[in-house]
Ligand binder design. Structure first.
Ligand SMILES: [Zn+2]
Ligand SMILES: [Zn+2]
Length: 293
């Protein structure tokens, strides 16, 4: 079984919900039969990620995330990074430092290193432009990304190097998203993900942060049994997320299986009530969705 839980469902600047980061859990038996999943993956870990995980560990079924009343980070075995905005990476410094200094023993080298997964370009930029400032000095020496993480650099679009797996059954394949353009489409790296159950062929679509790009994603959206799409509720010219009015132009059968996430704080103010009937609704935070049985 593969399950997905949003740590939060909010946009980058949301205050009523935590930011849109995911906990994906892979189970050989399922949560009714196991105290903890066999493998865990975060899809992004933003600025509000640590506090969201702190909340989640107190929910029924998520006790395995805790030890001594706090989040026990070694429970998180892998992290996939969609892109470099702080609402997707801002929690990584805490995760890295706590694995090394709180849950581990840096003097003996016995500390847990999760796997960090993304494209090579994102991983290089993640270190050079974001994480290096806080993580490159440990008392007495310099440190590198690989001191904190095992690195899995994918090459999206290149056969054999374009995916990773959980339990050798669930296949995750990133695809480029049209999120922020420097000069042209796809020139600032950002990714969405499809998850596929290789036993049944069923798939799930996760947009990552993206402008509305239906032509590029139509095939993936149509093939998926369930879709998660980011949404921006405030209309504006030249947005960096899919506008709700744009998502409304998708075919009925796609809208009916699409759950909207990464939304602003006004989602329940009235004008967006149609989302619960026109789409598969707004994503709910801290609730397990079963992707594949
Ligand atoms: Zn975002
Ligand atoms: Zn973003």
């Amino acid at each position: 079984m593969l399950t997905l839980t949003f740590l939060g469902v909010g946009g980058a600047f949301a205050k009523r919900n935590h930011q849109s980061n995911l906990l994906v859990e892979a189970w050989s038996q399922g949560p009714d039969h196991q105290d903890a999943p066999d493998d865990t993956l975060l899809v992004d870990f933003g600025t509000t990620g640590p506090i969201a995980l702190h909340d989640l560990k107190d929910r029924p079924g998520f006790e395995y995330l805790a030890a001594d009343g706090a989040v026990y980070y070694p429970r998180i075995r892998r992290i996939f990074i969609t892109h470099q905005h702080a609402d997707h990476i801002g929690g990584l410094e805490e995760l890295a430092l706590m694995n090394m200094f709180v849950h581990g023993d840096v003097a003996t080298g016995k500390y847990f290193k999760p796997q960090i997964i993304s494209s090579m370009r994102i991983l290089v930029n993640l270190w050079d432009e974001s994480l290096k400032g806080g993580l490159n000095t440990i008392a007495g020496r310099h440190a590198l990304l690989q001191d904190y993480f095992f690195i899995l650099a994918l090459r999206p679009g290149e056969e054999g190097k374009d995916h990773f797996q959980m339990l050798k059954r669930y296949r995750f394949e990133p695809f480029p998203t049209d999120h922020v353009q420097i000069e042209r489409k796809y020139d600032w790296p950002s990714y969405g993900l499809t998850a596929t159950d290789t036993r049944t062929g069923e798939s799930v679509f996760y947009s990552g942060d993206s402008r509305f790009d239906y032509a590029a994603n139509a095939e993936r959206l149509r093939a998926a049994k369930l879709c998660f799409h980011d949404v921006q509720l405030i209309e504006q010219p030249n947005p960096v997320h899919a506008l709700i009015s744009e998502l409304q132009t998708m075919p009925e059968e796609v809208k009916k299986k699409t759950i909207l996430y990464h939304y602003g704080d006004t989602w329940d103010s009235g004008p967006f009530d149609f989302v619960e009937t026109e789409f598969a609704g707004f994503a709910r935070p801290q609730q397990r969705y079963v992707l594949f049985e």
